[in-house]
Design a protein around this ligand. Structure first.
Ligand code: C2O
Ligand code: CU
Length: 455
């Protein structure tokens, strides 16, 4: 929990939080104690890796060591870090070889819920378990009785109980990505979560799955969204009573547990309606924390994000195309125009403004002037959902299909439904070459990435 307020500018008085982080092969009890352990790759010997906590305004130093049999990097998803600390192999740093080390160090200007994960062959390494959550505490935290973090993931386990080795296989790449057959919360198939009547919980939700989108319903409870992708919003009921969480996204909820002792209330996942299921149950213990519900929570203080100047902002369109049942016939790959069928044979399926990326490093799709405001039109010209993620910045989501958004949301991962167009705006204030990609990691592998240059 936060102890002292730390408002000092970077300098000698700034608090430094230092963490050692080791990536290594290990095992995890995904399905509980009765079932065999699963071989995973993890941080700090656990899936998820250790939660990193620090107070807003402090500086984080992570001494990273790679004990994996493969090169890797660590990316700080959603955090506005300097380019050299962003953890994208070949684009922002050399990959850390097996046995190698790297020190990540950066300031934490923004409070909120974030996460870290491998950015090296991520469709394999994140699937194997290389991820963890980050909490940057507000200087004045929201008063709650208890805080819980739920890192959601799914796993595709083969019949022998191991993680199925078919990473980035062509069918997943060209369709919805790798949807698993075992869903975990904090690395375990969830059982009941014990709550008490009257308790106010802050739930920090993180979706670390490669491809599964969650649509959570907290029936019988008042749940209010207080932050999306780490950035505070005016507290509001989830749209259509469902908290939608695409890969890469985070949502902070304030949940008032007003059930009665002995009751059990399901938390359902209804995103894929024909495959709806109960994720877990909130089970009420005896006794009550309070009998009357608390008043609505106040909004969390906003982070110091620069407000884009919408009148002056230049508009650029980014068109996402491809996948099965789409209209992509031809796209540029390695400077050649390639028919869709041949793309599929080389494990690619997606294009950004007509170009298929086959590595993290390529010609920028956009070059933006540092300090200027921009509007981006994200156009999903496919039959599939895509959570589009920009590194190094947070994006103010202005509208979806021309309808203005209502909660003043800032996001780093913007979910686009099939045929949806979202408009976002931001100040390009963080210099460097930044990844823009789909966070369905199989789509990223399949070419759905680009570089946005801020210079
Ligand atoms: Cu969370 Cu480029 O990713
Ligand atoms: Cu995608």
């Amino acid at each position: 929990m936060a102890t002292t307020a730390c408002t000092a500018p970077p300098g000698r008085s700034q608090r430094v939080v230092e963490v050692d982080l080791v990536a290594a092969p290990g095992t995890a009890m995904l399905r509980g104690s009765g079932q065999p352990a699963v071989d995973v790759w993890s941080y700090g010997g656990a899936v998820p890796g250790p939660q990193i906590r620090a107070v807003q305004g402090s500086r984080l130093r992570v001494n990273f060591e790679n004990r994996l049999p493969a090169e890797t990097t660590v990316h700080w998803h959603g955090m506005r870090v300097p380019h050299a600390m962003d953890g994208v192999p070949h684009l922002t740093q050399a990959p850390v070889p097996p046995g190698g080390r790297f020190r990540y160090e950066f300031d934490l200007p923004d409070a909120g819920t974030y996460w870290y994960h491998s950015h090296s062959r991520s469709s394999e390494q994140v699937e194997r378990g290389l991820y963890g959550s980050i909490v940057v505490e507000e200087q004045r935290p929201l008063p709650v009785d208890r805080e819980l973090t739920w890192v959601l993931d799914d796993w595709r386990l083969a019949r022998d109980g191991r993680i199925s080795g078919d990473f980035a296989q062509p069918h997943d790449v060209a369709h919805a990505g790798r949807i698993g057959n075992v869903v975990t919360v904090n690395g375990q198939v969830p059982g009941d979560v014990r709550v008490r009547r009257g308790e106010r919980l802050r739930l920090r939700l993180v979706n670390a799955a490669n491809a599964r989108i969650f649509g959570l319903q907290f029936d019988g409870h008042r749940s209010l969204v207080v932050a999306i992708d780490g950035q505070p919003v005016a507290p509001h009921e989830p749209d259509r009573n469902t908290v939608v969480l695409a890969p890469g996204m985070r949502v902070d909820l304030v949940l008032d547990a007003m059930g009665r002792p002995g009751e059990r209330h399901a938390v359902g996942d209804v995103f894929y309606p024909r495959a709806a299921y109960d994720l877990l149950r909130l089970a009420y213990d005896e006794g009550a924390v309070r009998e009357k519900a608390l008043p609505r929570p106040e909004a969390i203080a906003p982070n110091p994000l620069p407000d884009p100047d919408l009148a002056a902002a230049q508009l650029h369109e980014l068109r996402f195309e491809g996948g099965m049942h789409g209209g992509l016939h031809q796209a540029m790959l390695d400077g050649r125009s390639v028919p869709f069928m041949s793309l599929l044979r080389s494990g690619k399926a997606w294009a950004v403004n007509g170009t298929v990326a086959d590595s993290h490093v390529h010609e920028p799709v956009l070059t933006l002037r540092r300090g200027r405001s921009y509007r981006l039109g994200f156009v999903n010209d496919t039959r599939w959902h895509h959570p589009m993620h920009l590194h190094g910045h947070s994006l103010r989501v202005l509208s979806r299909n021309g309808v203005p958004t209502r909660h003043r949301e800032w996001q780093d991962t913007v979910l686009l439904a099939p045929d949806e167009r979202a408009e976002v705006a931001f100040v390009a204030d963080n210099p460097g070459d930044w990844m823009l990609h789909c966070h369905v990691l199989e789509h990223q592998d399949g070419g759905m990435m680009a570089v946005v240059r801020v210079a």
